[in-house]
Write a protein that binds this ligand. Structure first.
Ligand code: HAS
Ligand code: CU
Length: 562
């Protein structure tokens, strides 16, 4: 039976979450192409450079925060309901949806206010040009921070629906292993609860009172630290859902089975343990944090490569198994036997391939000394367009080709556009991110409307700055085309009539090595959460204590670069 007929209530929820996600994707992608054309100087007619920050904030917030959070909520709702074989508790889940939606609208209105002359609303000018990392000393309208807080609170409530389902299931199945997809969702949410505490404290205790004028100053170092305490784990909040898809659906799309359930569980537990005590790797150049603690963060970050390296092994092995089931032979020629004409498969596989490159640039970011070379340059957007902008976004789009027919009961429309779409994205992203990385090495900064350096000679960099700019502009344009193709396919599918046979089937095969081979201790959430908290206390305790020793709003550390 199709998912929508089996779980009609949860299907409706997933559809609503996806519609908001895709709406955010549409607007965010439009702003993205405008920016790419603007900062490369190819076309500057859409906005003035003065509005660049507003546009960049909207692009980052809509794509990295709204598109991701709503899509993940939908994916997780599907994963939990489908693997525990029950509808989600719908009151909790819908409450979460509405809280997140109200938050999104508030934050979006505050940002857009900046484009229409920042009118005064409730005694504060309505604008939020603070970028998606929104830390002090840049200040936004209170509505922006309240909106951000609501999005986070909503995501907490959504987690409540998954936990409640798990408890219900557990009372009926006391001895069974937690199904893999639910295990992954729950581990991700535990990591999310631990890490969002940082940003919640930053926003509620400091930024909201400060933007309302209730307190006069905040400590930029302390609030940045609270932000990055959350700002690294949030990237795994985006990655782990992509991994959920790569582990549980991609092997099936490749015609095979997951290589190892135990290895998948180990990977998710490692993320729970190590995602948070690493945030200082975003603050290597911040003064006021002892070098030794930056070093601890670097070491933890290097350990944190392990779950992704294990994933590369397990997922590629599962794909190879699939190809060999389809008759492939040879060391590498099995790659040809994969279903490259299936858009769901091709999108996930290309996303994985690009993530290998993005992970590599992440390793470079993480090295304390090499980081000084690339920090705040265009290298960093090059890195994260491969990670969140492809590993997550392309996987989300690809899996929608498989999932949306199941949550709507409708056949995928415009299949030929869907087949082309992942390749358009892949080519566009290859051009853009490669040129961004190189431009960063040449010293071109991120986050500015005027980085063109026409007359500047960049010694020791292959090619010219003009050539990189053109690649970024063409790549950015192709990405916009890729997003548009996806949205056309989705819009037509959502609006189509039901009928005919679906081109997908939602059953997932058992892993080659199943849950019965994985030690039960892996499902011991109390133990892993406790260890995660201990690691956080070690990594963050002393530096945070020294930051607040001089008073919690006093910027007592050496001068903060602005
Ligand atoms: Fe990062 C900055 C370090 C992963 C996102 N990162 C950012 C920012 C974002 C971001 C948004 O240490 C910018 C924030 C800002 O605005 O300032 N990052 C890392 C490291 C990893 C990493 C070590 N990042 C991610 C992921 C993200 C993301 C995932 C989003 C989803 N990042 C940094 C650092 C900075 C940073 C510094 C600060 C830079 C600065 O100075 O500002 C690692 O987790 C990466 C591990 C990954 C691998 C790759 C494994 C390969 C796999 C592919 C398998 C292949 C398949 C397909 C399945 C080791 C799993 C095969 C296909 C066939 C056809 C065979
Ligand atoms: Cu990070």
């Amino acid at each position: 039976m199709v998912y929508v007929d089996e779980y009609p209530k949860t299907s409706k929820l997933v559809r609503s979450e996806f519609i908001v996600a895709f709406g955010a994707l549409a607007i965010g992608a439009l702003f993205g192409v405008i920016q790419a054309l603007h900062r490369t100087g190819v076309f500057r007619g859409f906005v003035s450079s003065a509005d660049y920050y507003t546009l960049l904030t909207a692009h980052g917030v809509l794509l990295a925060l709204v598109f991701t959070t709503f899509f993940i909520a939908g994916l997780f709702s599907w994963a939990v309901s489908n693997s525990l074989e029950r509808e989600l508790p719908h009151r909790i889940a819908w409450a979460a949806f509405w809280v997140m939606l109200v938050g999104t609208v508030m934050a979006a209105v505050a940002i857009i206010g900046g484009l229409v002359g920042a009118p005064s609303v409730l005694g504060h000018s309505l604008k939020a040009d603070v970028l998606f990392t929104f830390y002090a000393p840049m200040k936004a309208h209170p509505a922006f921070y309240l909106g951000a807080a609501l999005i986070i609170v909503g995501s907490w409530v959504a987690g409540g629906a998954y936990f409640k389902s798990l408890w219900e299931w557990r009372s009926e199945n006391p001895d069974e292993r937690i199904p893999l997809r639910t295990f992954m969702v729950v581990t991700t949410m535990l990591m999310w609860y631990i890490s969002t505490i940082g940003v919640a404290v930053e926003v509620v205790v400091f930024l909201i009172p400060w933007s309302l004028g209730l307190i006069q100053n905040v400590d930029p170092l302390l609030t940045r630290t609270l932000f990055w305490y959350f700002g690294h784990p949030v990237v795994y909040f985006w990655l782990m859902p992509a991994y959920l898809v790569w582990y549980t659906v991609l092997p099936k799309l490749a015609g095979g089975r997951l290589f190892s359930d135990p290895l998948a569980r180990v990977v998710f537990v490692l993320f729970l343990l190590l995602s948070t005590p690493v945030g200082f790797h975003h603050q290597y150049v911040d003064p006021g944090i002892p070098e030794g603690f930056k070093f601890i963060a670097m070491t933890n970050t290097m350990f944190l490569l392990l779950p992704s390296l294990l994933t590369a092994f397990t997922v590629v092995a599962s794909m190879e198994h699939g190809a060999r089931q389809r008759g492939a032979t040879g060391y590498l020629s099995w790659l040809r036997n994969l279903p490259w004409g299936n858009p769901a498969f091709a999108g996930c596989a290309l996303a994985g391939l690009m993530f290998a490159a993005g992970g590599f640039s992440g390793m470079i970011n993480a090295g304390m000394n090499i980081n000084y070379l690339i920090h705040n340059t265009l290298w960093v957007p090059g890195h994260f367009h491969l990670t969140v902008g492809t590993a997550f976004a392309l996987t989300a789009m690809a899996i929608s080709y498989w999932l949306v027919p199941q949550i709507t009961g409708k056949k995928l429309q415009r299949r030929s556009l869907a087949v082309a779409q992942p390749y358009v994205w892949f080519i566009g992203m290859t051009l853009m991110s490669n040129a961004m990385h190189r431009a960063g090495l040449a010293g071109i900064p991120r986050r500015t409307a005027e980085p063109t350096y026409d007359e500047f000679a960049f010694e020791g960099v292959a090619g010219t700055v003009g050539e990189m700019r053109i690649q970024i502009a063409i790549g950015g344009f192709l990405l916009f085309v890729g997003a548009a193709l996806f949205l056309i396919v989705m819009a037509e599918t959502f609006l189509a009539r039901r009928g005919g046979t679906l081109s997908v089937n939602g059953t997932l095969p058992d892993p080659l090595s199943g849950a019965e081979h994985s030690p039960r201790i892996l499902d011991n959430y109390k133990l892993w959460t406790a260890i995660a908290l201990v690691l956080i206390v070690i990594a963050y305790g002393p530096p945070l204590a020294s930051m607040i020793a001089d008073g919690i709003t006093a910027p007592g550390s050496p001068p903060i670069p602005v």
